[in-house]
Write a protein that binds this ligand. Structure first.
Ligand SMILES: [Zn+2]
Length: 232
């Protein structure tokens, strides 16, 4: 099932093969048996989150499922999540193995590597929705707030990471209201990822334009488990 023009997909496949040495087999241009449209994919995620919030998850991963997935997968959603140990898309969206293509990086920022991963998930695997997944009480965002304009004081490679969080957000909340300010920063940091993806990837922008893909941002509340869409 082709998500882009034939030329675009061929270029993407060729670039993946040459750049990563991947042997793309025919069954990796997968046929979906899950959600058929971006809206159905978003509904599947939100229905799964409702089950998680209610404490009534349904997803199971029996050995037979692992065997079927050993040679192919057709994830309907591609996600960039914060690396935070309390954030797990498969659990939060009550999803089975093989249904979510998950990238993780502290602060759920959009890096060139994340963009390339999404291009593969959408163009080759046929994902219908991309999710930029932030969360409340995000330590990476808290550091970005505390160290804004002075990240050069951070050790190691942290400046390179923290500099990409909450920039260029103009935060309106009162900084003295720490929780409100942090929450606004978390939302802005997730929302900006949606615009960055279409701005930085012609392949992703084309899929959105053609109606084959939607990109959403949202925030997970760690206490309730509820995922709230903040940009669509
Ligand atoms: Zn985080």
């Amino acid at each position: 099932m082709t998500r882009f023009s034939q030329v675009g997909l061929a270029l993407l496949t060729l670039s993946l093969v040459s750049a990563a040495g991947l042997a793309l087999t025919s069954n990796m241009t997968a046929v979906h048996d899950g959600p058929a449209t971006p809206d159905e994919a978003i509904k599947a995620l939100m229905d799964g989150n409702a089950r998680y919030v209610a404490g009534t998850p349904q997803s199971v991963n029996p050995p037979s499922a692992r065997e079927a997935l050993a040679t192919t997968h057709a994830p309907f959603a591609a996600i960039v999540r914060c690396a935070d140990a309390r954030v797990s898309p498969e659990i939060c969206f009550d999803a089975t193995l093989g249904s979510l293509f998950v990238n993780g990086v502290a602060g759920n920022i959009i890096t060139p590597e994340i963009i390339a991963s999404f291009e593969y998930a959408v163009g080759t695997l046929g994902a219908k929705v991309i999710v930029v997944m932030g969360h409340r009480h995000c330590g990476a965002v808290e550091v970005a707030i505390q160290m804004r304009n002075k990240t050069d004081q951070l050790p190691g490679s942290l400046p390179m990471l923290i500099d990409q969080i909450i920039v260029p957000c103009a935060l309106d909340a009162n900084p003295d209201d720490v929780q409100a300010y942090e929450h606004e920063a978390v939302i802005c940091n997730a929302n900006k990822g949606v615009d960055q993806l279409t701005a930085r990837s012609p392949l992703i922008a084309e899929a959105v334009k053609n109606g084959d893909l939607k990109i959403i941002a949202g925030v997970q509340d760690l206490t309730t488990g509820k995922f709230t869409i903040t940009k669509q």
